[in-house]
Design a binder for this molecule. Structure first.
Ligand code: 13P
Ligand code: SF4
Length: 359
């Protein structure tokens, strides 16, 4: 489906709306591609022209301008994960980053409204850290296979089964799960968090592959859960070796949610932000990003000269977030993320304990 079709087919939605006050609905802006729109979005287009043909930009640009205008009116910021599509990442995001960076920025934010362009657990993390702010999620169905793999009751059962063993939860979990755990971690600090506990044995849940990758980098004994990311678990070590043969000199850059036979073949393994930093510092001629597709599209503009070889695994949840849905969220101030205050208070302890770790 072309970008133009994708934009036109999307309804701007009918989800639950907030009532009254400063957060009441605004009028839906005019969405024509005028000279003003072209001029005001020209800088953003320069960053995405390698992936969005000029003929398709008029379908995106009116949304980009309308969203940026409305953000100012609402005192809103857009936090966007590195897996967002390029028109979101370069066109409307105020802050981009990996899960840890977005959690830290959410904690620092002075905006009244945060629009979370990512998946639901990220929006919940923002709400946990900002109980008084309005957190909007442009599509409430944007979940995560890891977050869906475990419940609060499962964590309580693990505690009973392993008394005295600290429980570290990957940030890709619900607020309810975080509330049952001792500390949170992300892919960029998992080893550091595990070692900070000073325990000989730690439960690191729910991603079995992140746990296996961490276990290879620490002397702490790691117990885990059977969760997996549907995007990263599909990569295989054999596939990596085939790429190495087919593309001589290629550098393999992998996410630690990949199985260990994949990370064993990698030149670098790290969070999405870690991957970007490594690429900018090392500037390989050819790089294979073993992660979600949009990453390569997004960083191509910042890493000129790197030829990206992309095995394209899309995260269906991340791809639910689109410009029309972001605009509808801001126009109607709807789809607000709510976390039970008692659960949020307990989950906050685990998230803040991670954020406050000295690195
Ligand atoms: P990062 O924290 O590395 O951005 O990962 C989040 C995620 O969902 C990866 O699949
Ligand atoms: Fe969850 Fe995997 Fe999608 Fe990340 S890429 S949000 S871990 S399903």
């Amino acid at each position: 489906m072309s970008a133009t079709q994708r934009i036109r087919q999307e309804d701007s939605g009918t989800g639950p709306r907030l009532r009254g006050g400063p957060s009441a609905s605004a009028a839906m802006p005019e969405l024509s591609y005028t000279e003003d729109v072209a001029r005001e979005t020209a800088e953003a287009y320069e960053k995405v022209r390698h992936v969005i043909p000029a003929i398709e930009w008029p379908a995106y640009a009116p949304y980009v301008k309308a969203i940026n205008d409305l953000k100012r009116q609402r005192n809103a910021v857009i936090l966007a994960h590195n897996y967002m599509t390029p028109e979101i990442f370069h066109g409307v995001a105020d802050i981009v980053g990996d899960s840890l960076q977005l959690a830290k920025e959410a904690a620092r934010s002075e905006a009244d409204v945060i629009v979370q362009c990512g998946v639901h657990f990220m929006a919940e993390t923002s709400k946990i850290l900002n109980p008084d702010k309005t957190i909007l999620m442009p599509d409430m169905d944007a979940g995560c296979s890891l977050a869906q793999s475990i419940t609060g009751a499962d964590v309580r059962a693990l505690r009973e089964k392993h008394p005295g063993v600290p429980i570290v939860t990957y940030v890709n979990t619900s607020a309810e799960v975080k509330a049952e755990c001792d500390i949170c971690c992300t892919s960029s600090n998992a080893v550091e968090v595990v070692e900070s506990l000073g325990a000989p044995r730690v439960l690191l849940i729910p991603d079995q592959y992140l746990a296996a990758n961490v276990a290879q980098r620490t002397d702490v004994e790691i117990l885990t859960w059977e969760g997996a990311c549907i995007v990263h678990q599909r990569f295989t070590g054999a596939e990596m070796r085939e790429y190495r043969e087919a593309v001589p000199g290629v550098k393999i850059v992998a996410h630690p949610e990949c199985p260990t036979d994949v990370t064993a073949e990698a030149d670098y393994t790290g969070s999405t932000a870690g991957m970007i930093t490594w690429l900018k510092q090392n500037r390989p001629e050819k790089a294979l990003l073993v992660t979600e597709c949009s990453m390569a599209d997004n960083i191509a503009a910042e890493a000129p000269g790197v030829d990206f070889v992309r095995p394209c695994n899309l995260c269906p949840y991340m791809k639910m977030i689109t410009l029309p849905k972001i605009l509808a969220s801001l126009v109607h101030m709807r789809d607000e993320v709510i976390v039970d205050p008692a659960i949020a208070a307990r989950a906050r302890i685990a998230v803040e304990r991670m954020i406050n770790l000295k690195s």
